[in-house]
Design a protein around this ligand. Structure first.
Ligand code: MG
Ligand code: MG
Length: 254
């Protein structure tokens, strides 16, 4: 069932989202060639803890780290590792989850490390734009399928692979709750959006084939053709006349 959130609950999720946003900004300061994904995990874990929150992913169904760090052909659920050192030309998708007073925030972003090929930069740009296209369809009386269709119809123009096995989702006291928000689908189908619904919209888009597989670690999802993949995710609340982003993208102050 879909849980509609009260004002109090939305405010707690907003707090969680702001901690997440600040954590992301902190990680961005460290994103350069030579850093390991393990170091990024430790930075995030400490930062989240210092703000009186916990990392939602740690131990979630047994996930062994605080963040998901997925490099290049890794789509999602990459496990941070001392051996995974970022190098010039990589892209990295960092998925963050923050639990604040029992309420979760969830958001992901893909970054270019140093000089990345135009082809891959374009994939990132289109995936980010696909997120915004999905957001535009997020308003009361629209349906989940309207979000799905907005994403799919935009991405299809570029011939990329849309990951189907993983989707956006409702969120609140649980990291994942109904409704599921696929990145493909038909307009005017699925649950009706209404004020107080909190959902994550998260296109996962592959440069090549949509096909994926899971590595032997039981977590890391990679593209079957080993071509890169991008992932952008925001958590939102449906408002009276549209939506509000609860995991804002803060800008670096130099
Ligand atoms: Mg999510
Ligand atoms: Mg996420």
């Amino acid at each position: 069932m879909i849980y509609y959130k009260s004002k109090r609950e939305i405010n707690l999720m907003k707090e969680a989202g702001l901690i997440l946003a600040a954590t992301r900004l902190e990680l961005e300061r460290h994103l350069k060639p030579g850093i390991s994904t393990w170091e990024l995990d430790k930075i995030a874990e400490k930062f989240i803890k210092e703000r009186g929150a916990t990392a939602s992913f740690k131990n979630y169904e047994g996930f062994p780290a605080s963040i998901c760090a997925s490099v290049n052909e890794e789509v999602i659920h990459g496990i941070p590792s001392k051996k995974r050192i970022l190098k010039d030309g990589d892209i990295i998708s960092i998925d963050l989850g923050v639990n604040y007073q029992g309420y979760h925030a969830d958001s992901a972003w893909t970054y270019a490390i140093g000089n990345v090929s135009n082809e891959v930069l374009e994939l990132m740009k289109v995936t980010e734009e696909a997120l915004y296209r999905g957001l535009e369809a997020a308003k009361p009386r629209n349906q989940v399928g309207d979000i799905s269709y907005a994403i799919e119809s935009y991405v299809n123009k570029f011939g990329y692979g849309i990951v189907r096995e993983f989707t956006g989702h409702g969120i609140g006291k649980s990291l994942h709750e109904p409704p599921y928000v696929p990145n493909y689908g038909e307009p005017h189908t699925g649950p009706i959006l209404a004020e107080g619904m909190t959902i994550c919209i998260e296109p996962m888009i592959n440069l090549g084939t949509e096909e994926i597989r899971v590595l032997g670690d039981g977590w890391t999802v990679i593209t079957r053709d080993k071509k890169p993949s991008a992932h952008f995710e925001h958590m939102i609340v449906i408002t009276k006349d549209g939506y509000e982003i609860l995991t804002p993208k803060l800008e670096k102050k130099e």
